[in-house]
Design a protein around this ligand. Structure first.
Ligand SMILES: CC(=O)N[C@H]1[C@@H](OP(=O)(O)OP(=O)(O)OC[C@H]2O[C@@H](n3ccc(=O)[nH]c3=O)[C@H](O)[C@@H]2O)O[C@H](CO)[C@@H](O)[C@@H]1O[C@H](C)C(=O)N[C@@H](C)C(=O)N[C@H](CCC(=O)O)C(=O)O
Ligand SMILES: Nc1ncnc2c1ncn2[C@@H]1O[C@H](COP(=O)(O)OP(=O)(O)OP(=O)(O)O)[C@@H](O)[C@H]1O
Ligand SMILES: N[C@H](CCC[C@H](N)C(=O)O)C(=O)O
Ligand SMILES: [Mg+2]
Length: 488
């Protein structure tokens, strides 16, 4: 069993009251999970303050309490450790408690506004295809080798994260690919982790509800690269305005990928159609099954990471050329009757939506109409709503605004917020239908032969969250059913 003193390694401590040589059964950041012999780490959050629960966990038999502010009354027999930052303490302590699992694998982190899931999933599939046992931590799901562990977050909390990494080590995984969200970086969920490398995809408008300003969002993402060690690699997108800034202060070996300028990993698109991409990567011509320019970037990032991890470039390209993307990312089905192309995509930011629509435009052969079904999540960045409404209307022939996950908000109000971004021409193109299934049905109804229906925002999600209740809902399944309905 771990000893408190040992697992405090690297934690910045302000003061201690009590015995540090106590045995620790388990670590918790949630007071509700604490049992006798456990340690509770009190974190100040957005909705609650863990410090409020210190007395109650002491009563429940916690052996130690980690906090930023000492409580006014201290319970006899309980150790109190005052630290500079509880979030970071949770990261370091979890890493130590679970045997420093990140040191025993090659851990690669992927950060950026869009493309994290795609890049991490492609890396997982690539390295599995190359014969390695791998771990994956992603928005869609986590993997310990071929075993699937459901995901609750893009990047789990520090304790769940390190527990998963330990399971991966025990299962014999040699490589782990993880999405590293800006929330996770900011909350220090990743403190203590040793990364073999880091990847940057791009940065655009998102999560400003949380980070407040774009500069702060950039600073947080950059801090991930600042934290990499000198034996790690850092790969950035030279074509993104902020690509170079990300690597400005990192000690890691720096590399860039690009479609437009000189870079270590240089790509050129030769063909971009519904059957995939033909492109050169460092002068090697390859056909990929993935679609769209944005996937050319994702492929370059994946290729770069594989080379930095010491893989053979021909083997990498051979396996990569066979791969399909992540679930709900440009996932498409074609109706039997009218050959309507239905595309389900997780685009839930203005930039991702624009990318998908521009990609679709590039894939059209003639005068096929593009009909877009889109909404915006409730309790999330409100400023993206008018922009997403505008992007959808500007790049589609018809648009149906509908509910995404309204969460605690009024769904009608979210649709009205989206409308405020529309000019007179755009207003003629859209209708609002709150019920997502009805909206998808209407879009299919509006579609003629060969038209394209895009259903954006929810991708792989299997539910719709309305007023705290998660109702089963799967865009691809709904679309498939509706296509079948019209075939009768
Ligand atoms: C904004 C945000 O990131 N919130 C996360 C944060 O919640 P919070 O700061 O609001 O926590 P809180 O509820 O105020 O509680 C503070 C502390 O008191 C503890 N507590 C609370 C109640 C109690 O009775 N006892 C107790 O001990 C909590 O466990 C917590 O440690 O800490 C919680 C515990 O780890 C997370 O579950 C929660 O994620 C929420 C569900 C969330 O929606 N997060 C999203 C925004 C998120 O993190 N997304 C990113 C990526 C998004 C993307 O890629 O697009 C992700 O990495 O998934
Ligand atoms: N490199 C990219 N650049 C821009 N858009 C992309 C890129 N890769 C994927 N996309 C688009 O963005 C959407 C989200 O992609 P993905 O799920 O891979 O990103 P993510 O960073 O994991 O997102 P999240 O923060 O929600 O977890 C996709 O559905 C796709 O339309
Ligand atoms: N990880 C993101 C996903 C958003 C997906 C979209 N469908 C929504 O619900 O807003 C978040 O929680 O902000
Ligand atoms: Mg993701």
């Amino acid at each position: 069993m771990a000893i408190l003193q040992d697992i405090l390694y690297k934690v910045r401590i302000r003061s201690v009251h009590g015995n540090l040589a106590v045995k620790v059964k388990a670590l918790h950041i949630d007071s509700r999970k604490v049992a006798k012999g456990d340690v509770f780490i009190a974190i100040k959050g957005a909705a609650a303050d863990g410090h409020q629960f210190i007395d109650s966990v002491a009563e429940k038999g916690a052996v130690a309490i980690i906090c930023e502010e000492m409580p006014s009354t201290l319970k006899e027999g309980v150790t109190y450790v005052q630290v500079e930052n509880s979030g970071a303490a949770a990261g370091f302590m979890a890493h130590n408690f679970y045997g420093q699992p990140s040191e025993k694998v090659k851990l690669v982190g992927v950060t950026g506004t869009n493309g994290k899931t795609t890049i991490a999933t492609l890396l997982y599939k690539l390295f599995s295809g190359l014969g390695y046992k791998c771990g994956l931590l992603s928005t869609v799901q986590n993997h310990i080798g071929s075993e699937i562990v459901p995901a609750t977050h893009t990047t789990p909390d520090a304790i769940s994260l390190n527990a998963l990494l330990k399971q991966m080590v025990e299962a014999g995984c040699t490589h782990v690919f993880m999405e590293t969200s800006s929330h996770a970086i900011h909350q220090h969920r990743i403190a203590g982790l040793k990364y073999a490398g880091g990847l940057f995809s791009n940065i655009t408008h998102d999560h400003l509800d949380y980070h407040k300003t774009f500069d702060e969002y950039i600073r947080v993402k950059k801090s991930f690269f600042d934290g990499l060690s000198s034996d790690a690699f850092a790969i950035s997108n030279a074509d993104d305005k902020r690509g170079p800034v990300m690597l400005q202060n990192t000690q890691a070996h720096k590399y860039y990928y690009s479609l437009r300028t000189m870079a270590e990993f240089k790509g050129k698109i030769l063909e971009n159609g519904l059957t995939g991409l033909v492109m050169t990567i460092n002068d090697q011509e390859v056909h990929f099954r993935l679609i769209g320019e944005f996937n050319a970037y994702n492929l370059l990032a994946v290729y770069g990471a594989a080379i930095c991890l010491g893989e053979d470039k021909f083997e990498v390209l051979r396996v990569l050329s066979e791969l399909t993307g992540a679930e709900g990312r440009f996932d498409y089905i074609i109706s039997v009757k009218d050959k309507v192309i239905g595309i389900v995509d997780y685009a839930h930011t203005p930039d991702a939506l624009l990318n998908v629509l521009v990609t679709i435009k590039g894939l059209r052969k003639g005068h096929e109409q593009v009909i877009t079904v889109v909404g915006c999540g409730g309790d999330r960045d409100k400023t993206k709503r008018p922009v997403m409404g505008e992007v959808a209307c500007e790049h589609s022939d018809r648009v149906i605004f509908t509910s995404d996950n309204p969460r605690s908000e009024d769904p009608e109000q979210i649709l009205r917020d989206m409308e405020t971004g529309l000019n007179t021409a755009a207003k003629r193109k859209f209708i609002a239908i709150v019920d997502r299934k009805e909206a998808i049905k209407t879009a299919v109804n509006l579609a003629g032969p060969d038209d394209i229906v895009l259903i954006a925002g929810k991708g792989h999600e299997k539910y719709q969250e309305i007023k705290g209740v998660k109702h089963p809902f799967d865009d691809k399944q709904v679309l498939t059913e509706i296509f079948k309905l019209y075939e009768r």
